[in-house]
Design a protein around this ligand. Structure first.
Ligand SMILES: O=P(O)(O)OC[C@H]1O[C@@H](O)[C@H](O)[C@@H](O)[C@@H]1O
Length: 317
């Protein structure tokens, strides 16, 4: 694979399996026992477990694991469209496609290589994709698990076309929580958001922290680079750090919408919360030959964690 074993032992850190549909899944492991499972279907992270083997991502008990639909849970990739605002299918086609493994990926940055297991997945448009979205691109998704069990997703999208194109994007992250009533998000206070439940009306977050007592479907704009999802029930905090992703989408379907989704249990809204690092408000414009990078790092710390520790730098002004 072109890497020295001291830096990265591909065979020791990665296991390749197949799911019920014969689709390749890749398991990354950290030396301390954390793991992440990634499917070539959608380039989707299906599972992320901490050193104690506890699952950190939500998967619906009614999830359908059959292409071409993406599975309800984990981290689907929304590209080249987020939501249903343009002509493509909801959240774009990337989450429904079979990605390829790059067997010879570019090496990790020397400062970034210590103990990480990683896999590079590639998506290029098929002839069918080009009919509905006529833009040639190469999407490289690097999924890494650090020694301490953090999950790092780096997307590199390159315009390999002769003309510019624009897109929107999200890491649609289904976090597993103890009970939604025990959860709060810090880092979104005072921010403007588009409320998808009110025709994308522009509102401003008023509370000290975001808590949940009904359906929420919002795109927070110009967010800080780090936010915290504090789960009092599990006494743990997800720290979400992002680069190149100005927006954060927060979604919980609550009871009524849950009942309308075939691949979601009626009560499962209590155990999940989607918090997506995203670029949705202003489409990303890529000129021929240009590349766009978006980085998301998810880690978990004990609940004594204080949000003062977060790097609250703005990503846009
Ligand atoms: O059912 P889907 O296509 O996976 O989408 C689920 C939800 O995804 C969220 O990110 C959107 O903001 C919601 O509007 C949407 O309902």
């Amino acid at each position: 694979m072109g890497h020295s074993a001291a830096v990265w032992d591909y065979r020791a850190a990665i296991e390749v399996t197949r799911d019920w549909n014969g689709i390749v899944q890749v398991v990354l492991r950290s030396p301390q026992g954390a793991s992440a499972r990634v499917s070539l279907h959608g380039g989707q992270v299906m599972s992320w477990k901490n050193n104690q083997g506890e699952e950190l991502l939500f998967t619906s008990s009614k999830a359908i694991f059959k292409p071409p639909k993406s599975m309800r849970g984990g981290i689907p990739i929304c590209f080249p469209q987020f939501g249903n605002l343009a002509s493509l299918e909801q959240h774009g086609f990337a989450r429904n496609k079979i990605w390829a493994v790059d067997e010879n990926p570019p090496p990790l940055h020397p400062n970034d290589s210590d103990g990480k297991s990683f896999i590079d997945l590639i998506l290029r448009p098929s002839a069918e994709d080009l009919k509905c979205w006529p833009h040639s691109f190469e999407f490289r998704l690097r999924i890494s698990l650090t020694t301490d069990g953090s999950l790092l997703l780096i997307s590199r999208i390159r315009n390999v076309d002769g003309k510019p194109f624009s897109f929107s994007f999200a890491y649609h992250t289904y976090l597993s929580v103890s009970d939604i009533s025990e959860v709060r998000i810090e880092g979104l206070e005072t921010l403007d958001y588009l409320d998808n439940l009110c025709q994308r009306e522009l509102c401003t977050e008023q509370g000290d922290a975001l808590t949940f007592e009904s359906e929420v479907d919002r795109a927070y704009l110009c967010c800080t680079n780090a936010i915290a999802v504090i789960d009092h029930g599990k006494k743990r905090t997800f720290v979400i750090q992002k680069e190149g992703l100005p927006d954060v989408v927060v979604w919980n379907p609550w009871d009524r919408k849950s009942k309308s989704m075939l691949d979601f249990g009626d009560e499962e809204y209590k155990q999940m919360l989607c918090v997506d690092g995203a670029a949705v408000e202003k489409p990303v414009l890529l000129r021929p030959g240009e590349e766009w990078t978006a980085r998301l790092e998810l880690s978990v710390v004990p609940s004594s964690f204080c949000s003062d520790n977060l790097d609250m730098q703005k990503t846009c002004f």
